[in-house]
Each structure stands twice: as C-alpha cells, then as structure tokens.
Ligand binder design. Structure first.
Ligand SMILES: NC(=O)c1ccc[n+]([C@@H]2O[C@H](COP(=O)([O-])OP(=O)(O)OC[C@H]3O[C@@H](n4cnc5c(N)ncnc54)[C@H](OP(=O)(O)O)[C@@H]3O)[C@@H](O)[C@H]2O)c1
Length: 258
C-alpha cells in the first residue's frame, strides 16, 4: 500500500493494489477474481516475484567485496561457501515461488488475458542464471533447450530430479549450475515454460527477460544497476506492438540465446 501511494503521488492516479502470494492457490484465485470483477479482462501480466533460494550472511558477503564480473560469471560460487547457506527447504521454496508461482498465476489469469482486445502480453522476469550455457550437463541443456520435445510434465520431472540431487549433495556431480543452483534452475525452467506458453497462445506476445544486475533486496543490494535501468527490458516487452516477438529470451532490451 505504501508502494501504491508512492506511485499515485508520482503522478500515476490509476494504480490499485491487491495482495498476492504466488505460493498460495487461494490468494492467486482471489487476485484473478478481483481483476475479473473490476476490469473484466487483462492486457499485461508481468511475473516478477522471486526468491533467491539461500540464506546469506549479508555482512560476510559484503566483506568479500566480490566484483561484478566475478559475480555475474558464476565463479563467485567458489568464494561464497562460507557466507551463503543452501538448505533443502530454501531450494523448495525457491522453485515453488519462481517457477510454480509463475505457472499458478499465469494459468489463473490466462482466461482474462484471452479476453484482451489489444492482444495480451506476458513478461516472465527471468535471470541470466537460467541461461543454458551456464549448465554443465549436456543432458539437462538438451532437455530444456529442445522446443520440439518440451512439455510441462518434463519440466516437473526435471525439477524433481534436481531436488533429489540437492538432497544427495549431487548438484555439481550431476551438472546443475553451482552458482545459486535452485534459483538458476527455477529461471531455466521459466524460460522453457515461456516457450511452451508462446506456442500454446499464439495471439499473445509472451517472452522472458533478464533485467540486469540491479540493486535490490534479492541480491542483498549488491547490484550496480538502478531500478529504472532494470525495468527497461520488462517494460519494453510489456508494451510490444502487435505482431512483436513471442517465445524469446531477452538480456535486458536485446534478444539473446536461451
Ligand atoms: N536484482 C537483480 O539483479 C536481478 C537479476 C536477475 C533477475 N532478477 C529478477 O527480477 C525479479 C524482481 O526481483 P528484484 O531484484 O526486484 O528482487 P526483490 O526486490 O527481492 O523483489 C522480489 C519480489 O518478489 C516478491 N515475492 C517473493 N515471494 C513472493 C510470493 N510468494 N508471492 C508474491 N510475491 C513474492 C517479493 O515480495 P515481498 O517484498 O512482499 O516479499 C518482492 O517484491 C525477480 O524475478 C528476480 O529473479 C533480478
């Protein structure tokens, strides 16, 4: 409500607020019902909610003074062992928020997006952590990267396999990304899901985007980019003209490789 008030005060009078917990079906359905009764349809859905899947010793992390290049490359995984703790519960929460949350909200709002008269847009906010080149297992890259064989069931199976490997401390051995593993696979599956959705709903423009390394709570305010800079890619995709690209991954405002 504080955020709503600040947007209204900045000259956007039509901003309204509705509570949403993407992990809770009742909350998701309540939002859909609110949109249906208030507006009758939906034009743009931005799936932005995310959890990072870890517990950090923030002071300890900041003391390491990891530079942006090392952080983005993923090499920081070898430096942060003592300050970033990964637990099975956090990994599960991360997948349930980032991937299944995006799916729950999308499924519940698709009927309203189908009623859009301007051609609906879905923007799935992803991350460079989900890029396939960051996964060392060729098998996992193929499973996620082959649009002809991708299904939602396949993504469920892959995430179950990830959780099993997590439990058995076999993340690195089985070729999953070692930098924020749960977060990374949640974003890789969001990218794959984006492609499945784009094939299914061909009248909409449905894309996923890495917003950049932005100064937010998610990365304990280590990112060098401002919120305004980070919003550019998602906003561009939310406002794509009719006939614009669909089923693609963008690195900020540029189309990029999955
Ligand atoms: N910051 C970066 O450098 C960066 C890089 C790549 C990708 N991204 C992506 O950008 C998006 C935005 O993240 P951010 O950086 O702005 O981080 P953030 O400030 O931590 O925002 C994450 C948001 O997700 C919400 N959220 C978490 N769990 C939720 C749930 N169960 N139901 C509803 N909302 C929930 C949080 O709500 P509350 O505040 O109410 O908890 C928060 O508003 C995420 O998808 C993230 O993965 C960020």
């Amino acid at each position: 409500m504080e955020a709503t008030a600040s947007l209204i005060n900045s000259g956007l009078p039509n901003v309204v607020f509705h509570q949403l917990d993407v992990r809770d079906n009742a909350s998701v359905n309540s939002l859909a019902e609110f949109v249906r009764t208030q507006f009758g349809r939906l034009d743009i859905l931005v799936n932005n909610a995310a959890a990072n899947g870890v517990i950090a010793d923030v002071e300890g992390l900041k003391a390491l003074k990891i530079d942006t290049e090392t952080w983005l490359s993923g090499m920081a995984a070898y430096l942060v062992g003592g300050v970033i703790q990964q637990t099975y519960e956090k990994a599960e929460e991360c997948l349930d928020t980032n991937y299944y949350g995006c799916k729950r909200v999308t499924e519940s709002l698709v009927p309203l997006l189908n009623l859009s008269i301007s051609g609906a847009r879905i923007v799935n906010v992803s991350s460079l952590r989900g890029e396939l080149k960051r996964i060392s297992s060729e098998w996992i890259r193929n499973e996620l990267g082959n649009i002809d064989t991708l299904t939602e069931e396949k993504l469920d199976e892959l995430l179950q396999r990830f959780l099993q490997d997590f439990k058995q401390c076999a993340i690195e051995a089985n070729g999953w990304s070692i930098m924020l593993p749960a977060y990374s696979i949640s974003k890789a599956t969001i990218n794959a899901y984006t492609r499945i959705l784009a094939q299914k709903y061909q009248k909409m423009c449905i894309n996923c985007v890495h917003p950049g390394y932005v100064n937010t709570d998610l990365n304990w305010n280590t990112g060098p980019m401002t919120l305004e800079e980070g919003a550019k890619g998602p906003v561009m995709l939310a406002l794509l003209p009719n006939g614009g690209p669909s089923g693609f991954y963008f690195d900020q405002t540029e189309m990029s490789e999955f």
